[in-house]
Design a protein around this ligand. Structure first.
Ligand SMILES: [Zn+2]
Length: 370
Protein backbone atom coordinates (compact mmCIF):
# COMPACT_ATOMS: atom_id res chain seq x y z
CA UNK A 1 0.00 0.00 0.00
CA UNK A 2 2.83 2.36 0.94
CA UNK A 3 4.58 1.55 -2.30
CA UNK A 4 1.63 2.51 -4.50
CA UNK A 5 1.34 5.78 -2.55
CA UNK A 6 4.95 6.57 -3.35
CA UNK A 7 4.38 5.75 -7.01
CA UNK A 8 1.33 8.02 -7.23
CA UNK A 9 3.16 10.93 -5.58
CA UNK A 10 6.12 10.54 -7.92
CA UNK A 11 4.04 10.10 -11.10
CA UNK A 12 1.87 13.11 -10.27
CA UNK A 13 4.94 15.20 -9.53
CA UNK A 14 6.60 14.22 -12.84
CA UNK A 15 3.47 15.25 -14.77
CA UNK A 16 3.50 18.55 -12.89
CA UNK A 17 7.21 19.13 -13.58
CA UNK A 18 6.86 18.51 -17.32
CA UNK A 19 3.77 20.74 -17.61
CA UNK A 20 5.50 23.55 -15.72
CA UNK A 21 8.70 23.37 -17.72
CA UNK A 22 6.78 23.51 -21.03
CA UNK A 23 4.68 26.43 -19.75
CA UNK A 24 7.73 28.28 -18.45
CA UNK A 25 9.46 27.85 -21.82
CA UNK A 26 6.58 29.24 -23.86
CA UNK A 27 5.90 32.09 -21.46
CA UNK A 28 9.54 33.09 -21.24
CA UNK A 29 9.68 33.24 -25.05
CA UNK A 30 6.56 35.39 -25.52
CA UNK A 31 7.40 37.44 -22.45
CA UNK A 32 10.79 38.39 -23.86
CA UNK A 33 9.39 39.05 -27.34
CA UNK A 34 6.62 41.31 -26.03
CA UNK A 35 8.84 42.99 -23.38
CA UNK A 36 6.35 42.05 -20.64
CA UNK A 37 7.94 41.60 -17.22
CA UNK A 38 4.59 40.29 -16.00
CA UNK A 39 4.72 37.34 -18.40
CA UNK A 40 8.42 36.70 -17.71
CA UNK A 41 7.82 36.57 -13.94
CA UNK A 42 4.86 34.32 -14.61
CA UNK A 43 7.33 32.03 -16.37
CA UNK A 44 9.73 32.19 -13.43
CA UNK A 45 6.83 31.31 -11.17
CA UNK A 46 6.14 28.18 -13.26
CA UNK A 47 9.81 27.22 -12.99
CA UNK A 48 9.64 27.51 -9.19
CA UNK A 49 6.70 25.08 -9.31
CA UNK A 50 8.79 22.60 -11.27
CA UNK A 51 11.45 22.98 -8.59
CA UNK A 52 8.87 22.34 -5.83
CA UNK A 53 7.77 19.16 -7.56
CA UNK A 54 11.35 17.95 -7.86
CA UNK A 55 11.76 18.52 -4.10
CA UNK A 56 8.52 16.62 -3.49
CA UNK A 57 9.87 13.63 -5.40
CA UNK A 58 13.16 13.71 -3.51
CA UNK A 59 11.21 13.92 -0.22
CA UNK A 60 8.99 10.98 -1.07
CA UNK A 61 11.96 8.91 -2.22
CA UNK A 62 13.84 9.62 1.02
CA UNK A 63 10.72 9.03 3.12
CA UNK A 64 10.25 5.59 1.58
CA UNK A 65 13.65 4.33 2.74
CA UNK A 66 13.64 1.33 5.05
CA UNK A 67 14.37 1.86 8.75
CA UNK A 68 17.93 1.29 9.91
CA UNK A 69 19.81 1.10 13.19
CA UNK A 70 20.18 4.84 13.54
CA UNK A 71 16.61 5.58 12.34
CA UNK A 72 14.47 2.72 13.66
CA UNK A 73 11.29 4.73 13.01
CA UNK A 74 12.08 5.10 9.33
CA UNK A 75 12.34 8.26 7.26
CA UNK A 76 8.66 9.21 6.92
CA UNK A 77 9.00 12.55 8.67
CA UNK A 78 11.30 13.84 5.93
CA UNK A 79 8.11 14.59 3.99
CA UNK A 80 7.18 17.20 6.61
CA UNK A 81 10.48 18.96 6.03
CA UNK A 82 10.17 18.88 2.25
CA UNK A 83 6.60 20.26 2.59
CA UNK A 84 8.13 23.08 4.57
CA UNK A 85 10.63 23.75 1.79
CA UNK A 86 7.85 23.76 -0.82
CA UNK A 87 5.86 26.22 1.31
CA UNK A 88 8.90 28.46 1.57
CA UNK A 89 9.18 28.45 -2.24
CA UNK A 90 5.50 29.46 -2.53
CA UNK A 91 6.13 32.27 -0.05
CA UNK A 92 9.23 33.37 -1.93
CA UNK A 93 7.39 33.39 -5.27
CA UNK A 94 4.65 35.51 -3.66
CA UNK A 95 7.09 38.05 -2.25
CA UNK A 96 8.98 38.25 -5.57
CA UNK A 97 5.75 38.78 -7.52
CA UNK A 98 4.79 41.50 -5.03
CA UNK A 99 8.10 43.34 -5.37
CA UNK A 100 7.99 43.17 -9.20
CA UNK A 101 4.44 44.49 -9.27
CA UNK A 102 5.18 47.38 -6.92
CA UNK A 103 8.18 48.29 -9.07
CA UNK A 104 5.94 48.42 -12.12
CA UNK A 105 3.49 50.79 -10.42
CA UNK A 106 6.30 53.34 -10.17
CA UNK A 107 8.04 52.51 -13.45
CA UNK A 108 5.48 51.36 -16.03
CA UNK A 109 6.96 49.84 -19.16
CA UNK A 110 5.92 50.01 -22.81
CA UNK A 111 4.68 46.54 -23.77
CA UNK A 112 3.82 44.96 -27.10
CA UNK A 113 1.29 42.14 -26.81
CA UNK A 114 0.31 40.02 -29.81
CA UNK A 115 -2.42 37.44 -30.49
CA UNK A 116 0.18 34.69 -29.94
CA UNK A 117 0.84 36.15 -26.49
CA UNK A 118 -2.85 35.94 -25.65
CA UNK A 119 -3.19 32.37 -26.96
CA UNK A 120 -0.22 31.21 -24.90
CA UNK A 121 -1.53 32.95 -21.77
CA UNK A 122 -4.97 31.36 -22.22
CA UNK A 123 -3.48 27.91 -22.85
CA UNK A 124 -1.29 28.37 -19.77
CA UNK A 125 -4.31 29.21 -17.61
CA UNK A 126 -6.24 26.13 -18.78
CA UNK A 127 -3.26 23.84 -18.24
CA UNK A 128 -2.64 25.29 -14.75
CA UNK A 129 -6.26 24.87 -13.64
CA UNK A 130 -6.38 21.29 -14.90
CA UNK A 131 -3.04 20.56 -13.26
CA UNK A 132 -4.16 22.11 -9.97
CA UNK A 133 -7.33 19.99 -9.89
CA UNK A 134 -5.44 16.83 -10.78
CA UNK A 135 -2.53 17.30 -8.37
CA UNK A 136 -4.78 18.31 -5.47
CA UNK A 137 -7.07 15.33 -5.99
CA UNK A 138 -4.13 12.91 -6.10
CA UNK A 139 -2.64 14.62 -3.04
CA UNK A 140 -5.87 14.15 -1.08
CA UNK A 141 -6.19 10.54 -2.27
CA UNK A 142 -2.80 9.57 -0.88
CA UNK A 143 -2.66 12.17 1.94
CA UNK A 144 0.43 13.93 0.67
CA UNK A 145 0.72 17.46 2.03
CA UNK A 146 3.38 18.34 -0.51
CA UNK A 147 1.10 17.36 -3.40
CA UNK A 148 -1.87 19.24 -1.96
CA UNK A 149 0.45 22.23 -1.47
CA UNK A 150 1.69 22.17 -5.04
CA UNK A 151 -1.91 21.70 -6.28
CA UNK A 152 -3.01 24.85 -4.42
CA UNK A 153 -0.02 26.62 -5.82
CA UNK A 154 -1.09 25.71 -9.37
CA UNK A 155 -4.51 27.31 -8.71
CA UNK A 156 -2.89 30.48 -7.44
CA UNK A 157 -0.71 30.57 -10.53
CA UNK A 158 -3.71 30.16 -12.81
CA UNK A 159 -5.34 33.15 -11.11
CA UNK A 160 -2.13 35.13 -11.38
CA UNK A 161 -2.01 34.29 -15.10
CA UNK A 162 -5.63 35.42 -15.47
CA UNK A 163 -4.66 38.81 -14.07
CA UNK A 164 -1.78 38.98 -16.53
CA UNK A 165 -4.16 38.08 -19.37
CA UNK A 166 -6.82 40.53 -18.20
CA UNK A 167 -4.37 43.38 -17.97
CA UNK A 168 -3.00 42.48 -21.42
CA UNK A 169 -6.52 42.67 -22.90
CA UNK A 170 -7.28 45.94 -21.09
CA UNK A 171 -3.99 47.35 -22.34
CA UNK A 172 -4.69 46.26 -25.93
CA UNK A 173 -8.19 47.78 -25.94
CA UNK A 174 -7.87 50.88 -23.74
CA UNK A 175 -4.12 51.41 -23.55
CA UNK A 176 -4.33 51.54 -19.77
CA UNK A 177 -1.83 49.52 -17.75
CA UNK A 178 -3.42 47.96 -14.66
CA UNK A 179 -1.37 44.76 -14.39
CA UNK A 180 0.87 46.18 -11.68
CA UNK A 181 -2.06 46.80 -9.30
CA UNK A 182 -3.65 43.44 -9.98
CA UNK A 183 -0.24 41.89 -9.47
CA UNK A 184 0.16 43.41 -6.00
CA UNK A 185 -3.26 42.13 -4.93
CA UNK A 186 -2.52 38.64 -6.16
CA UNK A 187 0.92 38.49 -4.60
CA UNK A 188 -0.71 39.16 -1.24
CA UNK A 189 -2.97 36.20 -1.96
CA UNK A 190 0.03 33.97 -2.76
CA UNK A 191 1.94 35.13 0.34
CA UNK A 192 -1.07 34.28 2.49
CA UNK A 193 -1.26 30.81 0.94
CA UNK A 194 2.47 30.33 1.56
CA UNK A 195 2.15 31.27 5.24
CA UNK A 196 -0.77 28.87 5.69
CA UNK A 197 1.21 26.04 4.10
CA UNK A 198 4.17 26.76 6.38
CA UNK A 199 1.88 26.65 9.42
CA UNK A 200 0.52 23.30 8.35
CA UNK A 201 3.99 21.82 7.83
CA UNK A 202 5.19 23.16 11.17
CA UNK A 203 2.15 21.58 12.85
CA UNK A 204 3.11 18.23 11.36
CA UNK A 205 6.68 18.60 12.57
CA UNK A 206 5.48 19.44 16.10
CA UNK A 207 2.96 16.59 16.13
CA UNK A 208 -0.76 17.21 16.32
CA UNK A 209 -3.74 15.61 17.98
CA UNK A 210 -4.72 12.33 16.34
CA UNK A 211 -7.80 12.60 14.16
CA UNK A 212 -10.81 12.09 16.38
CA UNK A 213 -12.36 9.48 14.09
CA UNK A 214 -9.20 7.34 14.06
CA UNK A 215 -8.80 7.48 17.85
CA UNK A 216 -12.44 6.58 18.40
CA UNK A 217 -12.41 3.73 15.87
CA UNK A 218 -9.31 2.20 17.45
CA UNK A 219 -10.89 2.32 20.91
CA UNK A 220 -14.09 0.79 19.53
CA UNK A 221 -12.09 -2.01 17.95
CA UNK A 222 -10.35 -2.69 21.28
CA UNK A 223 -13.65 -2.73 23.18
CA UNK A 224 -15.00 -5.46 20.90
CA UNK A 225 -13.14 -7.78 23.27
CA UNK A 226 -15.83 -8.32 25.90
CA UNK A 227 -13.54 -8.68 28.92
CA UNK A 228 -12.06 -5.21 28.37
CA UNK A 229 -14.03 -2.66 30.36
CA UNK A 230 -12.41 0.49 29.06
CA UNK A 231 -9.70 1.78 26.71
CA UNK A 232 -7.85 4.98 27.66
CA UNK A 233 -4.73 7.04 27.16
CA UNK A 234 -4.38 6.24 23.49
CA UNK A 235 -1.16 7.91 22.41
CA UNK A 236 -0.14 7.79 18.75
CA UNK A 237 3.15 9.17 17.50
CA UNK A 238 3.41 9.57 13.78
CA UNK A 239 6.64 8.96 11.95
CA UNK A 240 5.39 10.17 8.59
CA UNK A 241 1.96 10.21 6.94
CA UNK A 242 -0.06 7.17 8.05
CA UNK A 243 2.81 5.70 10.03
CA UNK A 244 1.59 5.49 13.60
CA UNK A 245 3.26 3.95 16.61
CA UNK A 246 1.63 4.11 19.99
CA UNK A 247 0.26 2.79 23.22
CA UNK A 248 -3.05 2.36 25.01
CA UNK A 249 -4.26 1.49 28.50
CA UNK A 250 -7.05 -1.01 29.06
CA UNK A 251 -9.16 -1.83 32.08
CA UNK A 252 -9.67 -5.51 32.84
CA UNK A 253 -11.33 -7.20 35.82
CA UNK A 254 -9.00 -8.22 38.67
CA UNK A 255 -10.16 -11.80 38.25
CA UNK A 256 -8.26 -12.33 35.00
CA UNK A 257 -5.01 -14.26 34.90
CA UNK A 258 -1.79 -13.11 33.29
CA UNK A 259 -2.13 -15.64 30.50
CA UNK A 260 -5.65 -14.43 29.75
CA UNK A 261 -4.49 -10.81 29.64
CA UNK A 262 -1.53 -11.78 27.50
CA UNK A 263 -3.85 -13.40 24.99
CA UNK A 264 -6.21 -10.44 24.66
CA UNK A 265 -3.42 -7.88 24.47
CA UNK A 266 -1.72 -9.75 21.63
CA UNK A 267 -5.08 -10.07 19.97
CA UNK A 268 -5.71 -6.30 20.20
CA UNK A 269 -2.29 -5.51 18.78
CA UNK A 270 -2.92 -7.78 15.83
CA UNK A 271 -6.40 -6.49 15.04
CA UNK A 272 -5.48 -2.80 15.33
CA UNK A 273 -2.44 -3.31 13.15
CA UNK A 274 -4.43 -5.15 10.50
CA UNK A 275 -7.38 -2.78 10.43
CA UNK A 276 -5.67 0.62 10.85
CA UNK A 277 -1.99 -0.02 10.11
CA UNK A 278 -1.30 1.34 13.61
CA UNK A 279 1.35 -0.39 15.71
CA UNK A 280 0.41 -0.50 19.40
CA UNK A 281 3.77 -1.31 20.93
CA UNK A 282 2.54 -1.11 24.52
CA UNK A 283 -0.73 -2.02 26.18
CA UNK A 284 -0.89 -0.89 29.77
CA UNK A 285 -3.15 -2.81 32.13
CA UNK A 286 -5.48 -1.34 34.74
CA UNK A 287 -7.00 -3.81 37.12
CA UNK A 288 -10.64 -3.17 38.04
CA UNK A 289 -11.94 -4.16 41.48
CA UNK A 290 -14.85 -6.54 41.07
CA UNK A 291 -14.89 -8.56 44.27
CA UNK A 292 -15.42 -5.99 46.99
CA UNK A 293 -18.77 -4.17 47.10
CA UNK A 294 -17.31 -1.58 49.49
CA UNK A 295 -14.60 -0.62 46.98
CA UNK A 296 -17.22 0.00 44.31
CA UNK A 297 -18.99 2.31 46.75
CA UNK A 298 -15.77 4.21 47.45
CA UNK A 299 -15.13 4.55 43.71
CA UNK A 300 -18.57 6.08 43.14
CA UNK A 301 -17.92 8.51 45.98
CA UNK A 302 -14.52 9.55 44.64
CA UNK A 303 -15.96 9.96 41.14
CA UNK A 304 -18.36 12.47 42.63
CA UNK A 305 -15.49 14.45 44.15
CA UNK A 306 -13.47 14.34 40.94
CA UNK A 307 -16.28 15.34 38.60
CA UNK A 308 -17.37 18.21 40.86
CA UNK A 309 -14.48 19.93 39.07
CA UNK A 310 -15.97 20.60 35.68
CA UNK A 311 -12.56 20.87 33.96
CA UNK A 312 -12.13 17.12 34.49
CA UNK A 313 -12.77 15.27 31.25
CA UNK A 314 -12.16 11.73 32.38
CA UNK A 315 -11.34 9.46 35.31
CA UNK A 316 -10.14 5.92 34.79
CA UNK A 317 -7.84 3.20 36.04
CA UNK A 318 -9.34 3.22 39.54
CA UNK A 319 -7.86 0.56 41.77
CA UNK A 320 -8.01 0.10 45.51
CA UNK A 321 -5.80 -2.38 47.30
CA UNK A 322 -7.14 -3.15 50.78
CA UNK A 323 -4.09 -5.17 51.76
CA UNK A 324 -1.59 -2.47 50.75
CA UNK A 325 -3.94 0.31 51.77
CA UNK A 326 -3.25 1.97 48.45
CA UNK A 327 -5.59 3.82 46.15
CA UNK A 328 -4.81 4.94 42.63
CA UNK A 329 -6.54 6.36 39.60
CA UNK A 330 -5.93 8.65 36.61
CA UNK A 331 -7.64 11.87 35.67
CA UNK A 332 -7.60 13.95 32.51
CA UNK A 333 -8.01 17.68 32.91
CA UNK A 334 -9.03 19.81 29.93
CA UNK A 335 -6.22 21.82 28.33
CA UNK A 336 -8.66 24.72 28.51
CA UNK A 337 -8.57 24.65 32.33
CA UNK A 338 -7.02 27.76 33.81
CA UNK A 339 -4.51 25.94 35.99
CA UNK A 340 -4.37 22.17 35.57
CA UNK A 341 -1.87 21.71 38.37
CA UNK A 342 -4.12 23.61 40.78
CA UNK A 343 -7.20 21.56 39.85
CA UNK A 344 -5.13 18.41 40.31
CA UNK A 345 -3.99 19.52 43.77
CA UNK A 346 -7.54 20.37 44.84
CA UNK A 347 -8.77 16.92 43.82
CA UNK A 348 -5.82 15.25 45.51
CA UNK A 349 -6.40 17.14 48.75
CA UNK A 350 -10.14 16.47 48.76
CA UNK A 351 -9.76 12.72 48.20
CA UNK A 352 -6.89 12.50 50.66
CA UNK A 353 -8.91 14.30 53.33
CA UNK A 354 -11.82 11.92 52.91
CA UNK A 355 -9.77 8.70 52.73
CA UNK A 356 -6.65 9.38 54.79
CA UNK A 357 -6.16 5.68 55.56
CA UNK A 358 -5.03 4.98 51.98
CA UNK A 359 -1.80 6.02 50.32
CA UNK A 360 -3.06 7.97 47.35
CA UNK A 361 -1.62 8.09 43.82
CA UNK A 362 -3.41 10.15 41.19
CA UNK A 363 -1.89 10.29 37.73
CA UNK A 364 -2.53 13.41 35.69
CA UNK A 365 -2.89 12.10 32.14
CA UNK A 366 -2.53 14.21 29.02
CA UNK A 367 -5.61 14.71 26.89
CA UNK A 368 -3.83 13.26 23.86
CA UNK A 369 -6.71 11.75 21.92
CA UNK A 370 -10.50 11.60 21.80
ZN1 LIG B 1 -4.43 6.74 32.37
Amino acid sequence: MKNSREKIVIRTSIISILANIVLAGFKAAVGLISHSIAIVSDAVNNLSDALSSIITIVGTKLAGRAPDKKHPYGYGRIEYITSLVVSAIVLYAGITAGIESVKKIFAPEEVDYSITTLIILIAGIIVKFALGLYVKKKGRDVKSDSLVASGSDAFNDAILSISVLASAIVYMIFHISIEAYVGVLLSIFIIKAGIELIKESVDNVLGTRVESSLAKSIKQEILKEKSIQGAFDLVLNDYGPDKYLGSVHIEVPDTMTVSEIDKISRDITKRVSKKFGVILHTIGIYSVNTKDKNVIKIRKDIEKIVFSHKEVLQMHGFYLDEKDKSLSFDIIIDFKAEDRAKTYQEIYDAVNAKYPEYSLAITLDVDASD
